[in-house]
Write a protein of this length. Structure first.
Length: 278
């Protein structure tokens, strides 16, 4: 490949030094390089899509896992692979460390890499549709009180939860908030959907693993407090929709996927052990 879009996190590369180093190295090899910067919750989707439409064959994301996830959501409709360069802490998805940047760029130019396709989720409520690579989370809005949720799968009632919220996760997102809430870890290339309640007020509630073909609907029940909004929906950490009593949210597998460039041949279990200390 010889045409790149470099997306840097302003907080992680404030002076643009890493971005400029990458630009200089690639242009010296005759590559076309476009650069832009983003911040948390402020992704200029139109600008990113325009750069890809102009011919970018690869998106290099400088930041952490959160930056990569947000850029993936913004480019959900584009068939372009992403590679994360870790300027953050954990770097589970952003696998390239700063001391690996130059040899990694050389391998990309020589087409020495592999691509993994990661499943995404799509949510809709009242005509508003969003995609997510990691997870879609329905949580209480405002007051610190539990909310009652009714979960339907393919039109049939699965369960009712009194909880702070519900996490609906992809396999990629299984090592994120889902893991912290006690949900299972799933191999990232699997085609599954995970439902994990957040702090359920019960003794026997467990996470549930479903087929990626299932349609999940979450209904927010009316509370005795008569609040205008009972819950809100966030897609990959960005709040998007507020829900009143009686509102419902549909979640299903998205039509598109996120293509992630893999440079390391290290297996999933090895990365899991090294990054998360299991």
């Amino acid at each position: 490949m010889n045409d790149f879009l470099v997306v840097s996190n302003k907080e992680k590369d404030p002076e643009g030094e890493v971005s400029q180093m990458i630009r200089n190295h690639l242009t010296a090899q005759g590559c076309t390089v476009r650069t832009t910067s983003v911040s948390h919750g402020n992704i200029r989707k139109e600008d990113l899509n325009r750069s890809v439409d102009e011919g970018a064959q690869c998106v290099l994301v400088l930041g952490g896992d959160g930056t990569l996830i947000q850029v993936a959501g913004a480019l959900a409709s584009k068939d372009v692979p992403l590679l994360g360069i870790n300027l953050g802490t954990l770097g589970y998805l952003a696998e390239i460390e700063t001391d690996q940047i130059i040899p990694t760029l050389d391998r990309l130019v020589k087409d020495d890499y592999e691509i993994e396709e990661r499943m995404m989720l799509s949510t809709s409520s009242g005509g508003d549709r969003r995609d997510a690579l990691n997870d879609i989370i329905i949580t209480r809005y405002g007051d610190p009180r539990v909310v009652r949720y009714i979960i339907y799968v393919n039109g049939r009632c699965l369960s009712t939860y009194d909880a702070d919220g519900i996490i609906i996760s992809t396999p990629t997102g299984s090592t994120g908030y889902n893991l912290s809430a006690g949900g299972p870890i799933v191999e990232p290339n699997a085609k599954l959907i995970l439902i994990t309640p957040i702090c359920p007020h019960t003794l026997n509630t467990r996470a549930i693993v479903l087929s990626s073909d299932d349609l999940i609907s979450i209904e927010v029940c009316k509370s005795k407090y008569m609040r205008e909004y009972e819950a809100c929906v966030s897609c990959d950490g960005i709040s998007t929709i507020r829900l009143s009593a009686g509102d419902s949210v549909d979640v299903r597998k998205a039509d598109g996927v996120t293509k992630v460039i893999k440079m390391s041949r290290e297996g999933f279990l090895d990365v899991l052990s090294r990054k998360l200390g299991t």
